[in-house]
Design a protein around this ligand. Structure first.
Ligand SMILES: [Zn+2]
Length: 123
């Protein structure tokens, strides 16, 4: 093998390694984002399961006790109480850790209080 030839080949390998190195860096970033997404979605899913379980339980207890049934019908007729109920639901969702603002609605709150949500609740 000629001396010149071997240097050319080493240079080629070097540039290939550099390219692979930067590709590895990009892949690492993608993996990091996916792990973060996964973590966030797991938390959100866990929280939603809790809410869902409680909703099912309260729906079951409502059908079990006939006292609440006429109240629901009355609420639908008057309209006003339904709005209040909706507000309560939103406030509860917020306290369970979800956004209720237009900006992030339905997403898990990961960084404490949200000003958008709070201004919505204070309306
Ligand atoms: Zn929010």
């Amino acid at each position: 093998m000629e001396k010149k030839n071997i240097f050319v080949r080493i240079q080629e390998m070097e540039s290939q390694m550099g390219q692979m190195h930067s590709e590895l860096g990009e892949l690492k970033l993608v993996i990091k984002e996916l792990l973060e997404d996964n973590h966030r979605l797991s938390l959100e899913n866990e929280q939603l399961r809790k809410v869902f379980k409680r909703e099912v339980q309260s729906a079951e207890s409502e059908t079990a006790s006939p006292r609440k049934q006429p109240q629901l019908v009355k609420n639908e007729e008057s309209g006003e109480d339904v709005v209040g109920e909706g507000y309560d639901n939103l406030a509860r969702l917020y306290h369970e850790g979800f956004h209720i603002c237009n900006v992030y609605y339905g997403h898990l709150r990961t960084e404490g209080d949200c000003l958008f949500c709070l201004s919505f609740l204070n309306k």
